[in-house]
Design a protein around this ligand. Structure first.
Ligand code: ZN
Length: 509
């Protein structure tokens, strides 16, 4: 015991103070913890490949193609993705490729950057598909302004088309936009300019290039008089619109630290996932055909709007995305400052690695979401006794910033008082004497809901065991870093601690 007085635990003194002062420390710590915690740690050490989901079309672009798309003109030049990255057979061979509205990006990993990404010859392909032989075509319209002749294809590019051709190109490292950079993007002119009806039904002056089609819209503002045809879209055909994804948070306004249910409905989804603020949400298929997740608003979330984002995978490989706001309401938690005596601070400092390892051990369990919902109806209070500390109290230590809070509910009673399972669940952790948490049990109730029980004098269950509501799992104690005998009870949805009382008063979901 650390001192006399109110019973409280120290398990949440440590989250921000000792872990991750900087990235290098964090990495060393992670390695140490991985060794200590072994199989309990999720395998998330590798650097993720950058990826962007385009909600307009539902396709993702990743890795080298995303980098290339970003650094060579992005949306105005390439347009949106129209399909996944996949092996494509083109007149030039077989490549990993991805189709965009205006270009097809092909991966050639045997080449050095920037030539490891090449553009498909969509203009040439479309002309061939139309049965047009550009070599046999005549002179076409005359365009005012300066002209440049391209000997290879024996065509001229003039006026506004030439200005546009010269102003835009790939980034190959040349000063300004060089001729080779423009050629790399658009290719050489194939046809002479002439009036053609475009896919929107407008009759406009048009010139085809190997990889582009220029259209002149003289009534547009200067910057938009030359527009690029959507060759990729014409080549692959228009896609069916994404099915609507409806998401409904209940309630729509949530107190800090409280639970909410999120319903998602989308036709034919194969998987649904989401996030509330920074916290991932695990969705599960409902018997009625919809999808459902439980979530929690973290206690320290500022009052305002928290973004709720849901993604639904569709059978054709696309992903539908929807985002709404959840209103966060002030729960008016008390705030307290706890003065840790020097002896306690020294003890924490001496044990910081073991303390961090213990935190990682339990933190590796919370995010695990099993699909089966083991509980039904309301939870019951896990122990008789006096409520000695309520959930959510904002905490600062030794006059520092309010950067933590009381993560659970404390119930004080004599050592040996039974602790029961508040609901049916599977034992994920059963430790008789952890440094901070003492006798500790974590139950998995399914669908990302867990409960934790700390400071017990006896742990009466084993990992893997299925326990029923009301079954004794341990006894109240004063083990670990505490000031007196009590049970600390956590309810978590994913990593987020939520108000336990709300699980006693009503049934979720
Ligand atoms: Zn507590």
């Amino acid at each position: 015991m650390l001192k006399q007085g109110a019973a409280w635990g120290l398990q949440n003194v440590l989250p921000y103070r000792f872990i991750g002062r900087n990235e290098a420390e964090m990495r060393v710590l992670l390695i140490v913890l991985a060794l200590l915690a072994g199989a309990f740690l999720p395998q998330t050490q590798s650097v993720p490949i950058p990826e962007r989901l385009f909600p307009e079309t539902g396709w993702r672009v990743r890795g080298r193609l995303l980098e290339y798309w970003n650094s060579n003109g992005a949306l105005p030049v390439f347009g949106l993705p129209l399909g996944p990255q996949r092996t494509a057979t083109t007149p030039e061979g077989r490549f990993a490729a991805q189709q965009f509205e205006r270009e097809r990006l092909e991966l050639h990993p045997e080449q050095n950057a920037p030539y490891d990404v090449q553009l498909g010859r969509l203009g040439d392909e479309l002309l061939r598909r139309q049965g047009r032989d550009w070599r046999a075509e005549g002179r076409g319209e005359t365009m005012a302004g300066r002209c440049r002749r391209f000997a290879t294809t024996e065509r001229e590019v003039c006026g506004p088309f030439l200005r546009y051709w010269q102003a835009v190109g790939l980034e190959l490292g040349d000063a300004g936009v060089s001729e080779r950079e423009s050629t790399a993007l658009f290719g050489l002119p194939l046809t002479a300019p002439r009036y053609e009806t475009n896919s929107s039904g407008d009759r406009v002056l048009t010139q085809w290039f190997e990889r582009a089609r220029f259209e002149l819209h003289p009534n547009n503002p200067a910057a938009f008089q030359v527009l690029l045809g959507r060759l990729g879209a014409e080549l692959v055909g228009e896609q069916a619109p994404l099915p609507p994804l409806a998401i409904q948070p209940e309630p729509a306004a949530v107190l800090q630290g409280h639970t909410l249910r999120i319903n998602a409905a989308v036709a034919g989804a194969t998987a649904v996932r989401g996030s509330l603020g920074a916290a991932p949400l695990a969705f599960f298929a409902d018997p009625d055909g919809g999808w459902r997740a439980l979530g929690g608003v973290p206690v320290l979330t500022p009052v305002g709007t928290l973004p709720l984002r849901v993604e639904a995978d569709l059978p054709d490989g696309r992903t539908a995305v929807q985002e709404v706001g959840v209103r966060v309401v002030d729960a008016r938690y008390r705030a307290e400052n706890i003065n840790l005596p020097q002896a306690v601070r020294d003890m924490l400092e001496r044990n910081k690695e073991a303390i961090a390892a213990e935190r990682q051990l339990v933190n590796a369990i919370w995010p695990q979401a099993t699909a089966e919902r083991l509980w039904s109806g309301r939870f019951i209070l896990p122990a008789e006794g006096r409520r000695s500390s309520s959930f959510g109290t904002n905490r600062s230590y030794n006059g520092g910033p309010v950067d933590s809070f009381h993560e659970g509910l404390d119930i004080a009673n004599a050592v040996g008082t039974p602790v029961v399972a508040p609901a049916r669940g599977r034992v994920m952790l059963a430790e008789p004497d952890l440094l901070v948490r003492g006798g500790a049990v974590i139950l998995d109730h399914g669908q990302s809901v867990h409960t934790g029980f700390w400071h017990m004098s006896a742990v009466l269950v084993k990992p893997g065991e299925l326990v029923e509501q009301g079954q004794i799992i341990g006894r109240i104690g004063a083990k670990g870093m505490v000031t007196g005998p009590h049970l600390h009870w956590d309810v978590r949805i994913g990593m987020v601690n939520v108000q336990p009382d709300e699980w006693l008063e009503r049934s979720w979901p």
